[in-house]
Ligand binder design. Structure first.
Ligand SMILES: [Zn+2]
Ligand SMILES: [Zn+2]
Length: 249
């Protein structure tokens, strides 16, 4: 039994009171964060969960700022934890996760620096290969985006697929998974780097996922757009995520 908390359900920037890309997962005794956007700020609601762990593993789908800027907020929440940050890195990218994080978190932009937001910070590359976080197997799959991004699958419990053009072929023969968190950026196929609600409702297989929850929503949506997307989503039994949403897996 595990827990999933959506801490940031928006893409690009906060909007409508919602923060950018961040999901916290408690699984097999591990505390795993999927992306570290501004949603890291919502760890303020989960300090009791943080206190029950010694280690936090942050898995980055890619390096866009809406997925990374919250690393600097970890100095408030994770100072006493060992923090390992794993991103795609080499050989997918020309440089390592540590190098990119060091660019972003260097002084004078961030006083604590790239190694300073907890007592023990480590960086690793997963480089397009699966790996283990404790006993949790993590499978990764490269997606189509403006820079390489990766789908992350944690055992049979959770698949996280954000910042990707929808790829119907990826889901053919996909193993049964309890929860799919998939980005939903637009009503139609306006932006080929991202996924529309129509592509999701027509292209996702039935019966592969116990629940489908839509994240990385577009802060440029009007309330009308959100209502429309929500109605189309619920016609297939999908849910629009909001910050603070908790799922048992
Ligand atoms: Zn994004
Ligand atoms: Zn992106």
């Amino acid at each position: 039994m595990g827990n999933v908390w959506v801490l940031g359900s928006m893409g690009w920037m906060p909007g409508a009171g919602r923060q950018s890309a961040c999901v916290l997962v408690e699984l097999e005794g591990e505390l795993i964060m999927l992306d570290a956007g501004t949603g890291v700020a919502n760890l303020a609601q989960l300090e009791d969960v943080l206190r029950s762990h010694n280690r936090l593993t942050v898995l980055l789908s890619h390096y866009h700022l809406d997925h990374m800027v919250g690393l600097m907020y970890l100095s408030r929440f994770a100072r006493d934890l060992q923090v390992e940050v794993r991103g795609p890195g080499r050989p997918v990218y020309p440089r390592s996760t540590r190098a990119y994080a060091s660019d972003l978190l260097q002084r004078p932009f961030y006083a604590a620096g790239p190694m300073g937001f907890s007592r023990d910070v480590r960086y690793e590359d997963y480089g397009g290969e699966g790996f283990l976080v404790g006993r949790v197997p993590v499978r990764v799959r490269r997606q189509r985006h403006s820079s390489p991004s990766f789908e992350l699958r944690l055992g049979d419990a959770l698949t996280y697929a954000t910042d990707t053009r929808f790829d119907a072929d990826a889901w053919i023969g996909y193993p049964k998974t309890e929860v799919l968190l998939h980005e939903c950026w637009q009503l139609d196929e306006a932006d080929m780097r991202h996924t529309s609600i129509g592509a999701l409702t027509t292209g996702l297989p039935h019966n592969t996922f116990g629940r489908v929850v839509l994240v990385h929503q577009n802060p440029a949506w009007t309330e009308d757009d959100r209502t429309k997307v929500g109605a189309i989503a619920s016609s297939r039994g999908f849910m629009l995520a909001s910050d603070g949403m908790h799922l048992l897996v």
